[in-house]
Design a protein. Sequence first.
Length: 493
Amino acid sequence: MQLYQSQTLKIHNSLSGKKEVFKPLNEGHIGMYVCGPTVYSNVHLGNCRTFMSFDMIFRYFKHLGYKVRYVRNITDAGHLVDDAEDGEDKIAKKARLEKLEPMEVVQRYTVDFHNILQKFNFLPPSIEPTATGHIIEQIEIIKDILDKEFAYEKNGSVYFDVSKFNEKHEYGKLSGRKLEDMISNTRALNAQEEKKNPQDFALWKKAEPQHIMRWPSPWGDGFPGWHLECTAMSTKYLGETFDIHGGGMDLKFPHHECEIAQAEASNGQSPVRYWMHANMLTMNGKKMAKSTGNNILPGEIFSGDNNILSKPFSPSVVRFFMMQAHYTSILDLSNDALLASEKGHHKLMDALDAIDHLESSNSSDFDIESWKNDCYAAMNDDFNTPILIAKLFDAVKFINIAKEGKQSISAPDKIILKEILCGFVFEVLGLEGKTDEAADSDKLSGVVELLIQLRKDARDNKDFATSDKIRDQLASLGIQLKDGKDGTTFSVL
Ligand code: AMP
Ligand code: ZN
């Protein structure tokens, strides 16, 4: 028997706005599609949060014994600047600015994406398809939508006819918008626009002569609209209807709304049974975003080379910080929050190390069965990782008391406690224990903090020769000290 057979998992479905009991289409199997990155720049920590939420969800499904086909794509064409309908492709723009081939840009940032995700201990998806690898499939879907008269061609471009679709279907049902409101809130089309209505969106765009990313099609040379790739790849690998589609909240409209419209127009069926949306990571209360500059790169956090944090933080500590919030809640990044997460992370790992050293008794003061059920109940309630972590800390508290000999645990309970704790900490949350690297980095932090204190003492005593020597010698070792109003911080370059 698999674990999932004894658990009732509930998922918040963005389409119904309710928590629903999860039942996959085919028992024991799950098809999950998550919109991947547009590979035109380094992933920032905000992007990582969304992918990490789905990595945790993927991990829990696997932990429950499901066979999961997890598809997460790479957007390497069709995503235009400002998510607009007109304008330059984000990748082509970067290629133009850096004098590179578009595929060089794609390669560079796909490699960066994989490196960062590996540092964060992500599990690889089952399939990672690219938009440019599925142009033929996208053209076939456009032909199908044209045949069904939910799209029209204009000057070598093809547009989805939203009003026509809305006569028989409901455009806006995912994002809770009404087409009539959208129409009354938008400006009139300007004379150059080819669309019948401002709400119509491109399935295929004619490539102007200067557009370097182009493919032949029945409508001439062009490129696919951004929304189409996800319909093509999810249908190809998961079928016309599949279990779960995820992405960041900001993709609900127009991207996911358009995906629903394309799929329903082409095959008459609602493509997704459970829509899941992960909430945003903010910094200084504002959404972390590439375009506004309000962002931090994971590498800058791991090295401490940034102006926001007082010291470097390990990938597992950052991951723990993310898991302490529910995936549907907004999470704000700050130095204090990361320091608190680091403390919690160490406490959790220390408790795990201590289990083996606990003395076994004839009886237990810890109700392991009810604790285990509480842990599963937290995860079964729409993947509530903050509640799960609170439960894990109930066990940490018990272990620390037992360590002092003030409470006892039986030998069989000790085995179960370790197994369940490790299962949730490593398998489900994806945290990493004290790797040699993390332990070394902790030691280095301690030594540098000590030198910072000695330098301060020297300066207070006006012994500038010593204080400068400490700063310069650390700099020659690649450790940079920065003096600020809240004291001295450091980064490892
Ligand atoms: P993009 O590469 O722009 O297509 O975005 C990749 C993913 O990152 C999408 O699922 C976005 O919803 C998500 N994302 C972008 N900014 C943030 C943020 N500040 N917090 C969480 N997720 C984000
Ligand atoms: Zn998508």
